[in-house]
Design a binder for this molecule. Structure first.
Ligand code: ADP
Length: 544
């Protein structure tokens, strides 16, 4: 027997129209040179219609890719809705990738129109001639030297196009399975791989993200996504925040930690989201002066492991840090940490273990850990293996990339490439990415655990642990440490002593090197590829 409910399509248009109907007076706040500028959801709605009309007039049709090279701001949010709601595909490009990757991505996606921030034009200009399919360029602001100097396809001013466009755009009724957005992974080997998110996937992701036991986004929130809008849809927050009518605070181009603290203070941000590096930076600003961050209730932190020391430092400031794990292939949400009610009275160490873990799978995310033979391992917190996932917002394949079939199991689960354990309560603990694990004498050493422990030392600002080749053991861990500027010098031997009681002796790094800064990827994660290359011939230094 079939259910007798309506066949209602889950599309982003519902989210846009709901915000306009129910929350027209709520605001999107964008940081700008003089402070902030504000637009209401009613204004946003009108501008989304005009932008869709403008794109249509430039020849954008259903299924066409509309790319962006842009920071987090209201115009980018307008594009987040205009392109998908007209049936086109929003393609956010990470402009921090290498130039040849940007060219590859734009050509592979066959972007037809590209919208660019004035501040990103210097990245675009040298590449303009190589983007084979781009027919129009739209500058989202005033280019410093006017439009005339830009080569390549015709260039338009965003505001001119909107002014000339009709006030209403007849958005089509879309099928929920149609593509809404695209994003490419920052590939560590080979070319970046494209993901195509359907309307249905993004709508379901938004609903679940808003759940109280997931990210708990509600109308009363003032949400500040620091995670860039070019990185996995800014973790879905632009859609989720609009759906519930939350105020959005968008930090715009290259925000410094001080800018972020100022936004939290002045806009009374309640929920902020970003990678650990961002929160380390903000923490040092908070520790240096008096700031009123009393509005900030929680920080969503993920993208790489949030060290326990970071979570605890914010706890002392009265801010809960919710640790989340996800992937570009998962739109991106997989897990978020919350303590189950009956774990409240467990000993502090055990509670801390749950709070610093990557958390519990969200509703509709299935996960399991498999061994090298593809068999499920026990959920006992010890058995390690590769984490595999499935769910309505998990990729079923990459875009036009037949070479990636091995990223899926024969029975259709996505292989995350992360090595993990699941404990008996269902909490996920990521040990490493497969390629970052250190295999010493046939046994695995988790770089993430060592980094976490090192970053708990008061003199350590950042730490990354990488494998270096070793004749006897195959690989051995090397720790690369950035000292805190305001701390007394700490030596290699001090840090080894600090680690000794916490790990088996064979886990201890063979050496600790001190560096000025850790190399970071385009989305702010430690770039271990660079470190592995830099230190591949490293021999243990004399004690420092
Ligand atoms: P990229 O592959 O472009 O770096 P993703 O953002 O998709 O981009 O990276 C996903 C990977 O980041 C995961 O597979 C995992 O290795 C790592 N990751 C994300 N969140 C966490 C976390 N909370 N703890 C540890 N690793 C994480």
């Amino acid at each position: 027997m079939r259910g007798l409910m309506m066949d209602y399509q889950l599309t982003l248009r519902h989210i846009l129209e709901r915000a306009n109907r129910l929350f027209p007076a709520k605001h999107v706040v964008t940081r700008d040179r003089d402070g902030v500028c504000r637009g209401s959801y009613a204004e946003l709605f009108g501008r989304v219609h005009r932008l869709a009309g403008a794109l249509d007039a430039l020849g954008v049709r259903r299924g066409d890719r509309v790319a962006s090279l842009a920071w987090n701001h209201q115009r980018h949010l307008e594009l987040y809705f205009a392109a998908p709601c007209m049936g086109a595909v929003l393609h956010t490009i990470n402009f921090r990738l290498f130039a040849d990757q940007i060219v590859y991505i734009a050509n592979h996606a066959e972007d037809k129109v590209i919208l660019i921030d004035p501040s990103v034009l210097p990245i675009y200009e040298p590449l303009a001639d190589q983007l084979r399919t781009v027919e129009h360029v739209i500058v989202m602001g005033e280019p410093p030297s006017g439009l005339g100097s830009l080569g390549g396809p015709p260039v338009h001013r965003y505001e001119d196009l909107l002014a000339a466009a009709p006030a209403k755009y007849p958005f089509p009724d879309l099928d929920e399975g149609e593509a809404a957005a695209m994003c490419y992974t920052s590939a560590t080997t080979g070319h970046p791989k494209g993901l195509v998110y359907s309307h249905r996937a993004l709508v379901l992701h938004s609903i679940v993200e808003a759940m109280v036991d997931v990210v708990a986004v509600c109308e009363r929130d003032v949400v500040m996504p620091v995670v860039p809008m070019f990185h996995v849809n800014s973790w879905g927050l632009p859609f989720t925040a609009t759906m519930v009518g939350a105020t959005q605070v968008l930090p715009n181009a290259a925000p410094t930690p001080t800018d972020l603290v100022r936004l939290i203070e002045t806009q009374r941000v309640t929920l902020a989201a970003g990678v650990p590096t961002v929160w380390f930076g903000v923490l040092s600003v908070l520790q240096q002066g008096r700031h009123d961050i009393s509005s900030l209730k929680r920080i969503l932190c993920g993208g790489s492991a949030a060290p326990a020391a970071l979570i605890q430092a914010y706890e002392r400031l009265g801010v809960e840090m919710w640790h989340a794990w996800g992937m570009t292939e998962m739109s991106p949400l997989g897990t978020v940490t919350h303590l189950k009610s009956y774990l409240d009275d467990r000993p502090p160490d055990e509670r801390a273990g749950y709070i610093t873990s990557q958390g519990l799978p969200s509703a509709f995310v299935d996960m399991k850990v498999i061994d090298e033979q593809g068999q499920d391992v026990a959920w006992d917190g010890n058995a390690m293996g590769e984490l595999v996932v499935r769910g309505p917002w998990v990729a079923a394949s990459y875009y036009r990339d037949p070479t990636s079939a091995d990223r899926f199991t024969d029975d259709g689960w996505f292989r995350t490439g992360d090595v993990a354990t699941l404990d008996s309560e269902g909490y996920l603990h990521i040990a490493d990415r497969t390629k970052d694990l250190i295999k010493s004498g046939g046994e695995w050493i988790s770089s993430v655990d060592l980094e976490n422990a090192l970053m708990a030392h008061p003199c350590v600002a950042e730490a990354a642990v990488v494998a270096i080749a070793d004749e006897k053991w195959g690989e051995r861990p090397l720790a690369c440490v950035v000292r805190r500027t305001d701390s007394e010098a700490v030596s290699r031997d001090d840090l080894l002593e600090f680690l000794r009681p916490r790990f088996a002796s064979w886990w201890l790094p063979d050496d600790i090197v001190f560096i000025e800064e850790l190399p970071k990827t385009g989305v702010g994660k430690f770039d271990k590829k660079v470190l592995r290359e830099q230190f591949k011939d490293h021999a243990r230094s004399s004690p420092s």
